[in-house]
Design a protein around this ligand. Sequence first.
Ligand code: ATP
Ligand code: MG
Length: 600
Amino acid sequence: MTGSLKKLNTYFKKYLGTIILGSVFLVASNFFLVWIPIFIRRTIDEVAALESKGGGSFDGLAEVLFSSQAGAILAENALMLVGAVVASGLLLFATRQTLIVTSRKIEFDLRNDVFDKLLELPQRFFSEFNKGEIYVRATEDISKVREYFGPAFMYTVNTLSRAGFVIAMMIIVSPELTFWALLPLPLLSGFAYWISGYINTHSRIIQEQYSNVAGRAQEAFSSIRLIKAYNREDYEQNRFEDESESYRKKKLRLDLVESLFHPGLNFLIGISIILVIWKAGQYVIEGTLTIGNIVEFVVYVAYLTWPVASLGYTVNRFQRSMASWNRVDQVLTEKVEISDNNRTDQSVKEIEGSIEFVDVSFKYPGAEVYAVKNINLKVNAGQNVAIVGRTGSGKSTLVQLIPRLFDPTKGTILIDDIDIKTIPVKKLRAEIGFVPQDTFLFSDSIGENIAFGTEEASEEQIHAAAEKAQVRENIMDFDKKFETMLGERGITLSGGQKQRTAIARALIRDPKIIILDDSLSAVDTKTEEAILQHLREELKGRTTIMISHRISTIKDADIIYYMEEGTIKEHGTHDELLQKKGRYSAMYKKQLLEEELAEI
Ligand code: ATP
Ligand code: MG
């Protein structure tokens, strides 16, 4: 905790100058503030002195007030008072412009650091935490940490400096009265602490409930087709109403407590002021204080109440900031185990593309069983390899290990006979064109989606990649061609178009190794055949790993690996495997039969 606080404070360092300046502004603002009651007291006392000379009658008072002597006193004090008010106000403005603005800048720095770190984190991290949780850490938690740098810091400086000045002035006037005036203030602070604690806890619960309401609505809208097709409008409506009702109840309870906050505070302030007037009245009768002193003291008490109340509030905010910081810090200190380490050999030259698995086994984080076990395979540079097997047999898991999306639990993977752990991660991934099984396209233009594959892509390169993936013609049929927007505000591509766009994205990288995970599953067998013929030309010279459920897709591969339950059961060419009359050949016969039946 303390170590992590130290790290948090390093964010202060960059802006130390501004923060000190802001604090000086704040102290100075409070310095001018304490002069205001002094001028008020002076005015009252000096006018009262004149009035007593004037005889004390009503006529006498009016005379005094409009006399030139009184006018001069009033004008002088009024001028000083206005001066103090303006100076204090301007300094307060400067304080906010420095301290709060700085806290926003720190928030910006912190958010960027967290986002950078998140992008760096291994796949493992994302399978441990759900997306919502990660999202909250990168957004809400960081906003709460900001309160530590902004409001919490500002209120602390404010309370300390104001209390210092005000209490000093009070003691100068009357130490005894100061004691009576300060007496109820701890109560005020305690009350504010208690109530803001309640508000915080309940705000969090309400926030969570609100996420449920929003989540329910979001899910309903994204599955709107399903809801309509299944006539489930009423059902969805009821589910939404339940969440919404629970939100309303919780919110109303919080509103009740919140509406107690100010009246409660005012009540305690009232007690404090009554105490001051009552005691001060006695001193005035005794002749040790003036009427002006009473007014002065009441203003001092008023000055103290908010900073003292905010003390309780600040402690609460601080606690909340710390809880958020711990969550953010967890992300920042999370180990990036898949990164370059001192074993990395930066001198690795061009990658040729041979791949070898030596006794590789892998277990997903938190899983009990191995998803792939004791895998041994060797692919020469430029070879075309296929992996087939039933669903869940471990095909996708196996290929994810090549670009190090995960590291094997046991065993080694070699590329060009070099352990991939010693190749710089960026270099390794730059040589691999990976088309994952679940195609993801961004809500952006088709062109941008293809260009995503590489750092910079010219229009010609984008067109060429689309052509290679056999999707260019489809794209040219759209009104806006490559500028066509996809996603929420755009069009939806067909399954097959999506897959081919994803292939184009991988091809634009011009990689040495290309991995296609069931990338043509959404097109029919005839179209697939046409695409493959073309693609084979393009893939010549590259090491290709193709996963498929359909044997027809991969029967021309140089080697075929047949997987079952995480292990390779058979391997060889298509003809060799058929001769073996094993599982592969059984699967092939079944598929042939299905195809024949489908054609009837
Ligand atoms: P398909 O042909 O359906 O794509 P596959 O051969 O690609 O299947 P994998 O996706 O590699 O199969 O899955 C192998 C096993 O690992 C399955 O039992 C699956 O449930 C499990 N698995 C896959 N992804 C994860 C994950 N992120 N966490 C835990 N287990 C996983
Ligand atoms: Mg798969």
